[in-house]
Design a protein around this ligand. Structure first.
Ligand SMILES: Cc1cc2nc3c(=O)[nH]c(=O)nc-3n(C[C@H](O)[C@H](O)[C@H](O)COP(=O)(O)O)c2cc1C
Length: 308
């Protein structure tokens, strides 16, 4: 019997729905599946209060961990043949509950010397978050063998508007009745059952060497080269803001909230002014950058880690 542990965090249940669909084709008489849902202590309130949504930025980006409920001793003391880790992105970084888990003794125990498949479901900007994830897994001695990335396929600026509606109102419906629904589409959530089969086959054969190739044949990862650029630039700028704001006080303190207010306006400026400029530069350099884009596409679709 092969033992699989599915570890995840999710506020809206979107990641759980995707994981359950993967489970439907992964489980068999030879595969036993256990879930461990990370619960933050205290738990984040959903839907988000607008101020808290922005005030969480510095600690999220700087990967400052917090408490969470540990798994039962039964889960903790078992050796798993595979761990599937479902996460979302907060401010271009794996969400804070996931970072808290990755930085814990619990992760060391569950992921050390164990094959891991990561599943990210977010708005659309996951590339650098996955690079951070790869580094955490490497430092835990975990073996990343597969990666699946599911995103909102609507154009970037549309998804910026609709995710705000989803996060602040709590409803995954059409904003004003005219915008598309936010998040991963129902079709892709249901369709994610296709990923369970290659994972099961690799697990039973005890050979994960071809798993990522097989997942890619099922469109597990689509790298958008324009978002690669935006994500890179975003990380440079977020680093400056996060390191500045963290010095201004604790979450909720009035002095810090003034800076959070400025950051919020900066974010709007970055999305509506800087991102279109990045897009124009991206288009102007499209031909000379062809080789670089291909190299990046191959690398970011893979489970390899370039230590640079
Ligand atoms: C505070 C916060 C920051 C977010 N930042 C990003 C981001 O940088 N990139 C992205 O693609 N999605 C971002 N999202 C969207 C999430 O990745 C995710 O799609 C959404 O929270 C629903 O996930 P869940 O139901 O699994 O928790 C953010 C969401 C929150 C709440």
């Amino acid at each position: 019997m092969k033992e699989v542990l599915i570890v995840y965090y999710s506020q809206t249940g979107q990641i759980f729905d995707i994981l359950s669909n993967i489970e439907s084709t992964l489980k068999s008489e030879e595969v036993n599946i256990t879930y461990y849902k990370i619960v933050a202590e205290p738990e984040y309130v959903f839907p988000w209060d607008a101020q808290k949504f922005y005030d969480i930025f510095p600690e999220s980006f700087l990967e400052i961990p917090h408490d969470f409920h540990p798994p039962s001793p039964e889960i903790l003391n078992k050796k798993y043949d595979l761990v599937i880790l479902g996460y979302q992105v907060w401010y271009l970084t794996p969400s804070r509950p996931i970072i808290s888990f990755l930085k814990s003794q619990v992760a060391q125990q569950l992921l050390g010397n164990t094959p891991v498949v990561t599943l990210v479901a977010c708005r659309n900007m996951w590339i650098q978050a996955q690079e951070k994830m790869k580094k955490h897994l490497a430092s835990l001695n975990a073996n990343l063998v597969g990666h699946i990335a599911l995103v909102d396929r609507n154009i970037n600026h549309i998804s910026v508007i609709t995710i705000q509606h989803w996060m602040l109102k709590g409803k995954k419906d059409r904003f004003l009745g005219i915008f598309p629904k936010p998040g991963v589409s129902e079709e892709e959530i249901t369709g994610s059952s296709k990923f369970g089969t290659p994972i099961r086959e690799a697990l039973i054969a005890n050979d994960f060497t071809e798993l990522q190739e097989n997942l890619l044949k099922l469109d597990a990862v689509l790298v958008n080269p324009y978002l690669v650029r935006t994500d890179e630039r975003g990380n440079v700028l977020f680093s400056k803001w996060a390191n500045l704001i963290i010095k201004k006080g604790k979450p909720g303190e009035p002095k810090r909230l003034k800076w959070i207010g400025l950051f919020k306006y900066y974010l709007l400026f970055a999305i509506w002014v800087i991102a279109p400029i990045v897009f124009v530069v991206f288009l102007l350099t499209y031909l000379p950058m062809t080789r670089k884009r291909k190299k990046e596409r191959n690398y970011y679709s893979s489970v390899a880690l370039n230590e640079s």
